[in-house]
Design a protein around this ligand. Structure first.
Ligand code: MEV
Length: 325
């Protein structure tokens, strides 16, 4: 049997970092997706072919070999940890071939590692008839996220599994109804960084200034609640205003950098409603909200010197694309 499953990337509209400390955040699934195709093979190995990541690997199907490989190639962490988890929960008496494709840029703050994990776990769930529900797939993907970057809040795996837009706080999610086609423009700075490093940076700053950071996190919690209210009513310019405030607070947390500030100022000069980092910061991606009549013009102007992704909300989370006996 052969199964293809896909899962979306995401943007965080409000609340990154603060969500790790229990504040609310809002995430939106986007149209860019990771796709995993798995099939059983007689040889007792895991064959991995991930062209976008430049990875072709052949690994014996046992925990020790996986651990050894993990030390050797960090890039394989999300993929192999998915297999580790599955091998603890199901008996595998055959090998598996995995083909991975992804439109989500890696290290850009768009949830690529969570989408890859959710797609692989979803595909293996179907192939091995494991009957995991979405909650179990999401919590297994959270385990994988922990191995990739330490202390994730759980928002990335949750949005990638469920799709649409979510309000997320302390491990609980509520769907947010977005009654209009929200125009999403993303600028990928292509400045590489690791989410785990940025989360640790904020942790260090938090430890040396707890009460100040608690106030910042409280303000962001309020931004997310108000943002949810405005999102459900399509009040774009007020949402933009909140994005600008959230960006100021991210700057105060130390996850913006001079090159990011330069790009943000350039974007502001084009008259957008709101602009901010999305995800961990330190590089990665910047999102902006424009009035519907301005979106294409802004995209065109920025495309001359930046990598721009024009996308929209994806209501699909984890999806089985194909199943062949
Ligand atoms: C990463 O997409 C968002 C962060 O808040 C980390 C997390 O919530 O796990 C920076």
């Amino acid at each position: 049997m052969e199964v293809t499953a896909s899962a979306p990337g995401k943007i965080i509209l409000f609340g990154e970092h603060a969500v790790v400390y229990g504040s609310a955040a809002i995430a939106i699934a986007i149209q860019t997706r990771a796709r995993a195709t798995v099939k059983s093979i007689p040889e007792k190995r895991i064959l991995i072919n991930a062209r976008d990541m430049n990875l072709i690997e052949k690994i014996p199907l046992d925990q020790k070999a996986i651990e050894f490989k993990l030390k050797e190639r960090k890039m394989l962490t999300p993929i192999l940890n998915c297999f580790s988890i599955i091998m603890q929960q199901a008996e595998l008496n055959h090998g598996i071939q995995l083909e991975l494709e992804s439109d989500i840029p890696i290290g850009a703050g768009l949830g690529s590692s969570a989408a890859v994990s959710v797609a692989i776990l979803g595909a293996l769930n179907e192939l091995l008839d494991m009957k995991m529900d979405l909650e179990t797939i999401s919590s297994n993907a959270l385990e994988v996220e922990r191995s990739v970057h330490g202390t994730p809040s759980g928002i990335d795996n949750t949005i990638s599994t469920h799709g649409s837009a979510i309000y997320y706080k302390r491990g609980e999610m509520q769907k947010v109804r977005v009654p209009f086609n929200i125009p999403l423009l993303i600028l990928n700075t292509s400045i590489p960084r690791r989410t785990g490093d940025l989360v640790s940076l904020v942790r260090r700053k938090y430890i040396s200034n707890r009460s100040v950071f608690n106030s910042i996190f409280q303000a962001i919690d309020k931004i997310s609640s108000k943002g949810r209210f405005l999102l459900e009513r399509g009040r774009l310019s007020e949402l933009g205003e909140l994005m600008n405030i959230n960006q100021g607070l991210l700057d105060a947390m130390g996850v913006s950098t001079p090159p990011i500030s330069d790009i943000i100022n350039e974007i502001r000069s084009l008259g957008v409603l709101g602009v901010k980092i999305t995800g961990a910061g330190g590089g990665g991606s910047i999102i902006m909200l424009c009035s519907p009549r301005n979106t294409r013009k802004v995209a065109r102007r920025l495309s001359k010197s930046h990598d721009i992704i024009q996308t929209s909300l994806s209501s699909d989370g984890l999806k089985i694309e194909k199943k062949m006996e």
